[in-house]
Design a protein around this ligand. Structure first.
Ligand code: SF4
Length: 135
């Protein structure tokens, strides 16, 4: 058996708690809070304690989906990104930057949220950015 722990950041909200994921023979089997983290100081909420469970869930989406002829179809990341970029460009050119809006997530890091708003403002040219925590 091969056992190791991997230090990482919780993806369930923007607080940024740290923990070690326990990995046994390639499977993530548990979560141990990081006692030296200045954010969570060895504590986790219930979502953090159980974060390892979604990683191997068979309900988890692991590939992008595009609707083709009304059916959600698994596609490559390249195809999904090309489609998204072309649609964003097309909408911006035909209807203007403010016809686009971006919605970020509490389930990514603060740094990822920062990058999304930067992309919206600097690359697309809109201030229409919101976050699911406001719901
Ligand atoms: S452990 Fe709880 S409070 Fe900490 S980042 Fe995860 S969801 Fe947020």
């Amino acid at each position: 058996m091969e056992y190791k722990t991997v230090l990482t950041t919780c993806t369930h909200c923007g607080c940024g708690c740290s923990f070690y994921l326990e990995v046994l023979d390639g499977d993530v089997i548990g979560t141990i809070p990081c006692k030296t983290s200045p954010v969570n100081e060895g504590k986790l909420c219930i979502k953090g304690w159980n974060v390892h469970q979604f990683i191997q869930s068979d309900k988890r989406l692991k590939r992008p989906l595009l609707r083709k002829d009304g059916v959600l179809t698994e596609v490559s990341w390249d195809e999904a990104m090309d489609f998204t970029a072309s649609r964003l460009r097309e909408i911006k050119e035909t209807s203007g930057s403010d016809s686009l809006a971006f919605f970020t997530s509490a389930k990514v890091t603060n740094e990822e949220n920062y990058l999304l708003q930067k992309f919206a403002r600097a690359a697309v040219g809109t201030n229409s950015v919101d976050h699911c925590a406001r719901l």
